[in-house]
Design a protein around this ligand. Structure first.
Ligand code: TRP
Length: 408
C-alpha cells in the first residue's frame, strides 16, 4: 500500500505537458493510440505519467472479499490494470453507501467491434455483483464534431450501437442508455451541470489536456464538459432524484484525460470525484502497435461479421508470433507476447487452465500458428453468432425502454 497514497493524487491536468507529446514513441490520447513496440504501449510508464494506481493483488483480494465472488477474468488478467479511488468505492460499498456506473461509446460506425465489448463486459459484471445502476453515454455529438459525419448520421449510429450494447445483456431495470443529441435538450439538470463544469475550465487547460489549438472548432473545445457531466449523479434526476452519489467509470485508458479534468472540477462544484477502472487496449489484428479501430475494416473484427469473415480475417491478418517454418517453430517456439491470436484469447477465453495450456504449448512449439488461430476462431465464432442472435431480438420497444429516463 505504500506507493498508494502518492499515486492517488492525480497529476494535475492544469499546466501539464499535453499527453500527445511523448518521448518514448508511445502516443496515447482520446484520438490516437500508437506504439513503436510490437508488444504495444508501455502501461507502467503510462500509469506513472497519468498518475493513476495499479490494480494490484491486494485490491483484487479486497474485491473478492467485498463481493464474495471471484473477480472477473479481465481484472484477474490485468486487462483492467489501473484505477483511481477504487479502494474508496469498496470502502463506501462496505459501509452501505451506494455508487453507480458510468461508461460510454462514441458512435462512429454502425457496428461495434470486439474491442468495444471489453469495457461493457466488465460493466455488466460489476452491475451484477454490486447490483448498481449503469448509465451509458452515446456521444453522437462528439462524433459529428470530430468526423466527417452529419448530426443525423451520428444520431442514427448511436441507436444502432445501442442495440449492440443491449445485446451484451444489461439488466433493463438497471441500465439507462442515452444519446447526447437527445438527452441534453430534454434534461435541464444535465445542461446546468455542463455549464457548471464549463465555468471551471479554461481554454488554456483544455489545450494542455487535449491539444486543441486556435483552429479547433469551438464545439470540440466545449465537448470535454459533455463527457464529464454524466459523472455527476444529479445529471440524471429521473434515476437518482437529485441525490449525490459517487460514480465509478470503467473505460479504456485513452479516456483518462477527460476524467482527470472531471476529477479536477468535481470538488470545486460540490461533487465527489468519480473513481475509475482503466483497461488496456484491444490490439489491431495486425499487431499491438495500435488498437482495433472501426475505421480500418481489415484490422477489425466487427460484431456483425459472418463466421466466414471472422475466420478469413484471423487467418489472413492476425499477426503471428510464430516462426517462419514449422521446423523453426517446433525448435524455438512461438512468442505469445506479440501473437495476436493468443492475445485475443486472453480477452475472450475465460477458462484459465485452458489458456495456460495454450500458452505453454505455443511457447514450446508444440502448438503451431494455424492451430492456435483455429482455437481462437472456435472461441470467437459462438461469441459473435450469439451476440447477433441477441441483437436481432432487440425490438424498437426494448430499445425505447432502455433509452427512456426512469427510476432504476
Ligand atoms: N469518448 C468516448 C468514445 O469516443 C465515448 C465516451 C463517452 C466514454 N463517455 C464515456 C467512454 C465514458 C468511456 C467512459 O468512444
Amino acid at each position: 500500500m505504500s506507493g498508494e497514497i502518492t499515486n492517488n493524487i492525480d497529476k494535475l491536468s492544469i499546466d501539464k505537458k499535453p499527453d500527445f507529446f511523448d518521448d518514448d514513441g508511445d502516443v496515447v490520447d482520446p484520438w490516437t493510440v500508437t506504439s513503436k513496440s510490437d508488444t504495444g504501449v508501455d502501461y507502467d510508464k503510462l500509469m506513472k505519467k497519468f498518475g493513476s494506481s495499479k490494480i494490484d493483488v491486494e485490491l483484487l483480494t479486497r474485491f473478492e472479499k467485498v463481493t464474495g465472488k471471484p473477480v472477473h477474468h479481465l481484472l484477474k488478467r490485468g486487462i483492467f490494470f489501473s484505477h483511481r479511488d477504487m479502494n474508496l468505492i469498496l470502502n463506501n460499498y462496505e459501509a452501505g453507501k451506494p455508487f453507480y456506473l458510468y461508461t460510454g461509446r462514441g458512435p462512429s460506425s454502425s457496428s461495434m467491434h470486439l474491442g468495444h465489448l471489453i469495457p461493457f463486459q466488465l460493466c455488466k459484471w460489476l452491475q451484477e455483483v454490486f447490483d448498481v445502476p449503469l448509465v451509458i453515454q452515446l456521444t453522437d455529438d462528439e462524433k459529428t464534431l470530430w468526423k466527417d459525419i452529419t448530426i443525423e448520421e451520428a444520431h442514427k449510429m448511436a441507436y444502432e450501437n445501442a442495440k449492440d450494447i443491449i445485446a451484451i445483456g444489461f439488466d433493463i431495470k438497471k441500465t439507462f442508455i442515452f444519446s447526447d443529441l437527445d438527452y441534453i435538450g430534454q434534461c435541464p439538470e444535465f445542461y446546468r451541470n455542463m455549464i457548471r463544469i464549463q465555468k471551471c475550465v479554461t481554454f488554456n487547460q483544455v489545450k494542455g489536456i487535449f491539444g486543441f489549438d486556435d483552429s479547433s472548432v469551438i464545439g470540440k473545445i466545449a465537448f470535454p464538459a459533455v463527457q464529464a457531466t454524466p459523472a455527476l449523479s444529479t445529471s440524471f434526476p429521473a434515476i437518482f432524484n437529485g441525490q449525490k452519489i459517487q460514480c465509478l467509470i470503467p473505460c479504456a485508458i485513452d479516456q483518462d484525460p477527460y476524467f482527470r479534468m472531471t476529477r479536477d472540477v468535481c470538488p470545486r462544484i460540490g461533487f465527489q470525484k468519480p473513481a475509475l477502472l482503466h483497461s488496456k487496449f484491444f490490439p489491431a489484428l495486425q499487431g499491438a502497435q495500435t488498437k482495433m479501430s472501426a475505421s480500418e475494416a481489415n484490422s477489425t473484427i466487427f460484431c456483425c461479421d459472418t463466421p466466414k469473415q471472422l475466420k478469413n480475417k484471423i487467418n489472413k491478418h492476425a499477426f503471428s508470433g510464430g516462426q517462419a517454418t514449422v521446423e523453426d517453430h517446433r525448435r524455438i517456439g512461438g512468442n505469445c507476447d506479440v501473437d495476436i491470436a493468443y492475445q485475443y484469447l486472453r480477452f475472450f477465453l475465460e477458462d484459465d487452465d485452458k489458456l495456460e495450456q495454450i500458452r505453454k504449448d505455443y511457447s514450446s512449439g508444440a502448438l503451431l500458428t494455424g492451430e492456435l488461430k483455429k482455437i481462437l476462431i472456435d472461441v470467437l465464432t459462438p461469441i459473435i453468432v450469439q451476440h447477433q442472435e441477441r441483437r436481432s431480438k432487440v425490438t424498437d420497444d426494448i430499445l425505447k425502454q432502455f433509452m427512456t429516463p426512469r427510476k432504476l
